[in-house]
Design a protein around this ligand. Structure first.
Ligand code: 9D3
Length: 258
């Protein structure tokens, strides 16, 4: 996968490139990131990339020419390519969109700043518009990093092999069960005894119950898409009987039972 990222702040991507799984994927050549500084494609003595909006109003708009020149400078190889504009007006980014993007050969990410980019760039050059959620950021750079991160980890070999298999399973519509590691007692808090029992069937049942319970309490919206096995349905019925309403967030008592 090759990512071309157009931004007036390419330095912001240093942390993405230098650390962790993405840093390792870059070193291994599993992904490629080409940072394009929009200012390099600006003209005039001040190399401006923005201008005042026609029709008046507050804020500035990104000029079309630097973005289009930058887009035209990008080399394209074989395979499918997509130009994505990061914008609050885009479709909400999901795991499903990430999976679709992971099948491409090249992704061009256009990071907006100010009030946004000139509409004619969007209409003529952009394939997809993506938002990362309903909150206001100062630009498209952090959203672009979110897309690179989410897509890269889906590319075969970028993560360890065992992890990716689990991803494919139906489990991903549930929140995860609680995790514990050593020490067995931390600040007086014990690891649930079932996890120390060595009884793998009971452990599996406990984890599945915790997963369903957490999803019910915190993200009931996810359950609409989730696939329930017959065993899952039994667990769900039992949970519903125990607590009438699934709204015990932060209820310490209910976190201890099974
Ligand atoms: C007058 C309203 N504008 C400023 C408050 C709208 C506005 C313009 C540009 C709001 C945010 C931005 C910058 N944000 C992005 O470019 C952006 C973004 C976001 O803010 N939230 C979630 N996803 C994204 S993707 C790009």
């Amino acid at each position: 996968m090759r990512f071309d990222i157009l931004s007036i702040f390419p330095e912001m991507f240093a942390s993405l490139i230098d650390y962790g799984i993405i840093g390792r994927a870059l070193k291994r050549g599993q992904i490629e990131i080409n940072l394009v500084n929009l200012r390099d494609f600006a003209e005039g003595p001040h190399l401006v990339t923005d201008d005042r909006p026609f029709g008046g109003g507050d804020g500035m708009v990104m000029k079309p020419e630097p973005i289009v020149r930058a887009l035209e400078s990008i080399s394209t190889g074989k395979g499918e390519k997509s130009v994505i504009l990061l914008t609050p007006q885009g479709q909400p980014f999901t795991q499903s969109i990430a999976r679709g993007l992971a099948m491409l050969k090249q992704i061009v990410l256009v990071c907006g700043r100010y009030e946004g980019v000139d509409e004619r760039v969007r209409s003529r050059y952009v394939d997809t518009e993506v938002s990362i959620g309903d909150y206001i950021l100062t630009g498209g750079e952090l959203p672009a990093m979110v897309v690179v991160d989410a897509v890269s980890r889906l590319i075969p070999g970028v993560l360890g092999g065992a992890r990716s298999n689990r991803e494919e399973s139906f489990e991903d519509h549930f929140l995860e069960y609680p995790h514990y590691t050593r020490p067995r007692v931390f600040q007086g808090l014990e690891v649930p005894s079932v996890l120390l029992s060595g009884d793998h069937r009971r452990i599996e049942l406990w984890r599945r119950t915790q997963s369903i319970k957490r999803t019910l309490e915190r993200r009931p919206d996810l359950l609409e898409k989730a696939f329930f096995s017959e065993a899952d349905k039994c667990i769900l019925e039992e949970l519903k009987q125990k607590h009438g309403k699934p709204s015990h967030i932060g209820d310490q008592e209910s976190d201890h039972d099974q």
